[in-house]
Design a protein around this ligand. Structure first.
Ligand code: FE2
Ligand code: FE2
Length: 184
């Protein structure tokens, strides 16, 4: 991607988040989300923002390739709210399994309070984001995008910061061992 394309896409992301994300980003629960650790060294808030950016990038790609149109309002609202039900998890949920099943439902309720006019379709997108760990199936393109973006971001966040470097060193060492004959 050229520098101009990159800047254009970044401006597009900022515009969409500014247009549709204001109510959640100004809410008290977002402040708490920015302080609650998630996926080791991240926070619920930073994770949700990363999911939002990744989901918007996927949406732009689909649109730019003329594959389909994606509802940006739904993407921003669902991405920013999808894990707000995790805030306060250690006081709210008995264990990780309960948290895994319950937080999408709680997130949808929080989203409804933040956005009283939110569509039922967006609430469903939030409720099914943990698929395949929950029974609700992502049935719309926005739901599929949010589910994929969440897995993509969570996988990257779960990898230790120096993993790539260590992996590269280990791989190089293995390749060298197997391809370069030992000197006597
Ligand atoms: Fe989640
Ligand atoms: Fe998430």
């Amino acid at each position: 991607m050229t520098d101009d394309r990159k800047t254009e896409q970044e401006n597009r992301i900022k515009r969409d988040i500014r247009e549709y994300g204001g109510p959640v980003l100004r809410s008290g629960i977002w402040n708490r989300a920015m302080r609650q650790t998630h996926h080791n060294r991240w926070t619920v808030g930073s994770h949700s923002m990363s999911v939002c950016v990744a989901a918007l990038r996927m949406s732009y790609w689909l649109e730019d390739k003329h594959i389909c149109y994606v509802n940006h309002r739904e993407i921003v609202q669902a991405a920013l709210c999808h894990d707000l039900g995790i805030v306060g998890r250690y006081e709210k949920f008995a264990n990780n399994r309960v948290c895994c099943h319950q937080h999408p439902l709680d997130s949808a309720e929080i989203a409804r309070q933040i956005y009283p006019e939110i569509s039922e379709k967006t609430l469903y997108t939030i409720r099914c984001h943990m698929w395949p760990l929950c029974v609700a199936l992502p049935k719309t393109r926005e739901a599929v995008i949010i589910t994929l973006a969440d897995k993509y971001v969570a996988t990257g966040e779960g990898i230790p910061a120096d993993w790539l470097e260590r992996y590269q060193k280990a791989l190089n060492a293995t390749v060298l061992r197997t391809t370069v004959p030992a000197r006597n």
